[in-house]
Design a protein around this ligand. Structure first.
Ligand code: ZN
Length: 316
């Protein structure tokens, strides 16, 4: 059948993301609705990267106009991932997606594909989708937002079921695969019949996938989920990717990258921070690592090249 599926279940990687956030004394832990949103984005990011196998980072972002300002999930080709969310103000325990990120209809979601060996001047590919459905209604599930995106960008019908709590971030993706010669099927009635039959396969499997409850996705292992949903369907299974080949937490921050970021602020800004605080201190939002630049380190950032030695003063 021209249908493919993928199931992800993040445990260690997700728990580490949450633990590092909880250990941050400035921000503290995420409130439950933010945790659910970011966990669902993390599961979706892994599914999308696994699905397209992009040779570069897949970055899933939500830009909110409510108390949640930015949510980011970055998944590398080897499925290592990191995620963070920036929040300003209170998030109620029962806050919906629109109450967090789409209060004034300005919220949006962006999917960026950043090629690994980007040429100078080459821009990453980015798709932006609003947080509204076809009838102009505010969407309340990030899965619906991403289904829209995939229909737009890949022209493929997609079903996404996502769920996250403080232990697990999980997701199921079902996608209708394009058929050979799908564009010119009108001529041959036999071919058309066959096509419609295959399209019914997708509809049936999509309905089965949508019947999966969040609770089931969070508590059942992959084997049980597949059996419950698709026990009447012929399944071609692949080896699960786990451990070092599977999704895992990893942060790509470094002293050098933080230095570049400070350089981009400009020397005046850097000097004013040092005048005020005595040093420049930067914490990585993804992993919590602390980077400190004292006045000497900071000054060093703005020296482009080592000064050429004056031949007149060289020693003999
Ligand atoms: Zn980091």
């Amino acid at each position: 059948m021209p249908v493919r599926g993928m199931l992800v279940r993040l445990t260690d990687a997700w728990q580490e993301t949450l633990a590092r956030r909880a250990a941050n004394t400035t921000t503290g832990a995420y409130p439950a609705p933010v945790r659910q949103l970011l966990g669902e984005m993390a599961a979706a990011g892994v599914l999308m990267q696994g699905n397209i196998k992009f040779n570069g980072a897949l970055i899933l972002q939500i830009f909110g106009d409510g108390p949640v300002k930015v949510g980011v999930v970055e998944v590398q080709p080897d499925l290592s991932l990191r995620a963070t969310c920036t929040q300003q103000g209170e998030v109620a325990d029962d806050a919906t997606l629109s109450q967090m990120v789409n209060v004034n209809n300005q919220g949006r979601c962006a999917i960026t594909l950043d090629p690994k060996d980007r040429l100078p001047g080459q821009q990453p590919y980015q798709g932006v989708v609003p947080l509204f459905g076809d009838q102009g209604e505010k969407l309340e599930n990030i899965s619906e937002v991403l289904e829209h995106y995939m229909l737009q960008s890949e022209q493929l019908d997609t079903v996404l079921v996502l769920a996250a709590d403080d232990q697990v971030a999980a997701g199921l993706l079902i996608q209708r695969l394009p058929m050979e010669g799908e564009g010119n099927l009108a001529a041959d009635s036999v071919a058309r019949e066959a096509m419609l039959g295959r399209s019914e396969d997708f509809s049936r499997i999509a309905i089965l996938a949508k019947s999966l409850k969040r609770e089931e996705l969070l508590t059942l292992d992959a084997e049980t989920v597949l059996h419950r949903l698709f026990w009447e369907e012929p399944l071609a299974r692949f080896e699960p990717l786990a451990g070092e080949t599977g999704p895992r937490f990893a942060c790509s921050c470094s002293l050098e990258r933080v230095g570049q970021m400070i350089r981009s602020l400009g020397v005046a800004e850097a000097e004013s921070i040092i005048a005020e605080q005595g040093q420049i201190e930067v914490a990585c939002e993804f992993c919590g690592a602390q980077y400190r630049f004292d006045p000497v380190d900071a000054a060093g950032l703005f020296i482009d090249k080592p000064l050429p030695l004056d031949p007149g003063t060289s020693m003999h």
